[in-house]
Write a protein that binds this ligand. Structure first.
Ligand code: NOJ
Length: 533
């Protein structure tokens, strides 16, 4: 397994995901904002990351917390202004941090002027042709045009007053664009240019595999052994989004989508500074992921395979070899991610409590040793767990549409300091937009920053070790057999061992460069990782 080593910054970067509502609230309204992020940039620099990715902060009614965009080239007053975005970019660049912004091209908000015009203009109009309006089935068109289900649960179609239906693969307030209409491509060219001109270093592309649907909008075939409704899987998170049980996916990963990314590639190429794109593409295989990152398309694609894997050395080994083997033919660099704003935090996925935390640190450290770039999610450096958000405070549309767990539990505002809510998240007193648990008192940045045994200190140490020991080394990964419960590999001068079993294992010779737990007498305890040099 080996990859071409090229020099663009994003090929080896560690990027920290900022969920804007929940990172830092400067104006004290209980919701995070852009000036809040700017005020905390020195923290990110000191943590040792290279870049930040900020979730959508554009004008939006916030039905899906910004993934429902009403104006792609303005900032929602909730989060600040264009001047605040400019100030954030300037300060980040001064501190040597790159900034990636979110781009949401699959759908807009129903409050976008185009959708409002489409509703007003009526069937057959050019305004409707920017979205996917269709007549219904049944005698009086009373049935949806096909059998597709929304990723957030329920039918993917909503009927409007004049009887037509429109497609929304997510919430009914998020109508899907018709990317076969050239006006849509032109709109997004303008959006890209707008933000590139302001100095952003890259775009995280939401639902990158979804823009084109099969042209006929035919029914999805559901075999007898399959569970309907679970396929929208390919889009992302709640359990329905990650369990892929339907094989036929006429709404995802259509070949036409790649022309869009070739066009975007040509736009980005005109700018200096190695501007980049990273695809959120929940594809069925590593091979289909690789198609998004061919040399003339996107720079990177999120690789969700580790995040979906169980706590198992063979499963992790398959993820690593499968990823590297799939990407090598297209010369793309891999990405690794364990948590984001759509999935259960990895401490909790790995069992929660001390064991969950030990495993999370070990997995993170292993991920950070691999070639390519890594994405961290805000709060993982504090060891935060998924929170149990009381139903009265739930906000995630997928919770309302499915009653399933939803994603609020990984979006609780960050504890910065103090012993009571809002834990320095914003000025004043009282709970922010999602309530913080009292356990945050011991997990705040302030509580951890000077404690050498804290999770925060471990992340700082791990990021510094990555810089010191993996910069410029060979990207080739060679698996080593240390037993069925042990993931072990060599990358250049560094040997990485992760013990997923229940007994301590004897380590090969070498100096300990970094360890996620106590390594004594040449033995690696369970749920622990080590880098040897
Ligand atoms: C993926 C985003 O990560 C998620 O938060 C959002 O709900 C959907 N795309 C729809 O935009």
């Amino acid at each position: 397994m080996g990859l071409n080593v090229q020099n663009e910054w994003w090929r080896h970067a560690v990027t920290y995901q900022v969920y804007v509502r929940s990172f830092a609230d400067l104006d004290g309204d209980g919701i995070g904002d852009l000036p809040g992020i700017t005020s905390r940039l020195p923290y990110l620099r000191d943590l040792g990351v290279d870049a930040l990715w900020i979730t959508p902060f554009y004008t939006s009614p916030q039905n899906d917390h910004g993934y429902d965009v009403a104006d792609y080239t303005d900032v929602d007053p909730l989060f600040g202004s264009i001047a605040d975005a400019d100030a954030l970019l300037d300060r980040a660049h001064e501190l040597g941090l790159k900034v990636i912004v979110d781009l949401v091209p699959n759908h807009s908000s129903d409050q976008h002027e185009w959708f409002q015009a489409a509703l007003a203009a009526g069937p057959g109009s050019p305004e409707r042709a920017r979205y996917l309006f269709r007549d219904g089935r049944g005698k009086a068109g009373e049935l949806p045009p096909n059998n597709w289900e929304s990723v957030f649960g329920g039918p993917a179609w909503t009927r409007v007053e004049d009887g037509q239906w429109y497609l929304h693969l997510f919430d009914s307030t998020q109508p899907d664009f018709d990317w076969r209409n050239p006006e849509v491509g032109d709109l997004f060219e303008d959006v890209l240019t707008f933000w590139l001109d302001r100095g952003v270093d890259g775009f995280r592309v939401d639902v990158a595999h979804g823009l084109f649907k099969v042209e006929s909008l035919r029914d999805q075939e559901i075999a007898e052994d399959e569970v309907p409704g679970a396929s929208a899987a390919s889009a992302a998170p709640p359990s329905s989004m990650v369990e892929r049980t339907l094989r036929d996916e006429p709404m995802w990963d259509q070949p036409e989508v790649h022309d869009v990314y070739r066009r975007w590639h040509r736009i980005l190429e005109k700018y200096d500074g190695d501007r980049m794109t990273v695809a959120e593409a929940w594809t069925q295989t590593p091979e289909s992921m690789a198609r998004f990152v061919r040399p003339d398309e996107m720079s990177q694609s999120f690789n969700f395979s580790w995040l979906l894997a169980p706590w198992s050395a063979p499963a992790f080994a398959d993820v690593i070899t499968g990823t590297l083997d799939a990407l090598a033919p297209v010369g793309a660099s891999p990405t690794w991610v364990l948590s984001n704003h759509d999935v259960v935090r990895h401490v909790t996925r790995y069992g929660g409590g001390p064991v969950g935390l030990a495993r999370a640190k070990a997995a993170t450290m292993t991920m950070l040793s691999l070639p390519g770039s890594a994405y961290l999610y805000q709060g993982e450096e504090l060891g935060l767990e998924q929170d149990e958000v009381h139903p009265d405070f739930r906000q995630d549309p997928s919770w309302f549409r499915t009653g399933e767990e939803g994603r609020d539990g990984c979006r609780v505002p960050i504890p910065w300091s103090g012993t009571a809510a809002p834990f320095g998240f914003g000025p004043g007193t009282g709970q922010p937009w999602l309530p913080q648990p009292s356990s945050y008192a011991g997990l705040s940045v302030e509580a951890q920053q000077d404690d050498p045994t804290s999770t925060l200190s471990f992340y700082r140490e791990a990021l510094a070790a990555r810089r010191a020991h993996t910069t410029g080394i060979d990207d080739h990964v060679e698996m080593i057999d240390l037993g069925a419960d042990v993931l072990a590999f060599r990358r250049g001068p560094v040997t990485v061992v992760l013990n997923c079993g229940t007994a301590a294992v004897a380590l090969p010779a070498g100096d300990v460069l970094l360890a996620s737990g106590a390594v004594e007498g040449g033995k690696l305890p369970p749920d622990t990782a080590v880098w040897l040099g």
